[in-house]
Structure formats: structure tokens, C-alpha cells
Design a binder for this molecule. Sequence first.
Ligand code: SF4
Length: 219
Amino acid sequence: MKNAVTFIVEPDTGKVTVEVSGVAKGTVRELENVIGKGTSVNCGQPVQAVFTQPSPKAVEDDAFSIWLYDLYHNSVVDGPGRRSVIQVAGCSLRCPGCYVPQTHKRENGSLVSISSIVKKIVASRPKHDGVTILGGEPFDQAASVAELVSRLKNLGIHITVYTGNTIDTLIGRKDKSIDYILTHIDLLIDGPFIRQLKKDAGEYRGSRNQRVISLSRNG
Ligand code: SF4
């Protein structure tokens, strides 16, 4: 999307989300004069996170856990429709110019039980069209993400996953957890972020090399 302003109105709450892409700062200021000053949420990330900043948390109720940086709702830029987003902590790829360097270290997140994440997703279900798992790098904790994907898919939830790896690299690893993820999610956005290719990257992507790959068996 380029040079676009999109207004999303929530009919039940009256809240307005304004998604701005490629628009001059002066235009944004004029908009604020008309509709009032908003709160910047960057890449659709709402201010109110369910899991906030690091607070090492014991995993109480589940044998499966995941390094989580954040969990937030109402993103309209991380996959089709309105997404709940599970942002994992930890990324070994370290793309130069990455927008989210704060997610690179696992220790910046918390070890959280998968059941507690799924509970939050189920509770927010009327408000989203699907779940996006991004990072950090989800495939750095493939076994945990596979378990998460399995539980979400059993609930019939549409799943988008972002990775800084290419799909060919992931398939080449011949890892059971990775293969499970790739055969049970609906959409993969693959490839590293390349700063020089960020202009006109296209929907859902950070740079032009990244691909939106449909893996849904329903097309
Ligand atoms: S893979 Fe994603 S989180 Fe990791 S460095 Fe690249 S852009 Fe950042």
C-alpha cells in the first residue's frame, strides 16, 4: 500500500484507527486538526498489551511454554483482516535496520505457558479474524510454536506466521516441528528484512524481497 490513508471504525465502540502509509507529516497534522490527536501505535501495534514488559513469569499450568515479548489485538497490518498478534521474543537473524530490535533477546520477554496465550486468544475471538505469530523469529523456537499452532488450528483459527528465513531454508532443515508449522498455517510471510528494499514493500511486508505465501489447503 502506498500514499494511502485508511479509516477503520469500530461500530460497537466508536473507536477509529487511522492507518497511514507514505503520507506527508503535514497531511497527518491536518488530519489531527480535524479528528483530534491520536496515539501512535506503529505497525498497528496497540498501546494496551495483554502481556506488557518483561516480568519473568513462572509457567504454572502447562508443560509447554514460549518466549513471548508481547500479545496484542486489533492489528490491521500483520495479515488479512483484524489480527490478534503473538510476538515471540528472541531472534538469531539480526537483520540490519530491524524495526523491533527490542525483541532480539529472549530475556527481553517472558517464558509464558501456551495455554495462557490460547486462553487470551479465545477470549478475544469475537474481535479478530485470525492470529499472527511474529517476532523476533518464531522458527527459533519451532517446537513451542508448533504446539501453539496445533492448539490454535484445533480451534479453527486462521494463522499467519512471519519469518526472517526463506521457506526454502526452513524446508531444507528437515525439522519435524518446522514441517508441522508449514503444513498447518494459512499464510507465511518469509524472508529477512532488507533495509534497501523497504520502499513500496507491499501489503503485510517490510521489504520487497519478502513474499506472502498461501499455505492454506483451502486456497
Ligand atoms: S527476522 Fe524479523 S525480528 Fe529478526 S532481525 Fe529480521 S526483521 Fe528483525
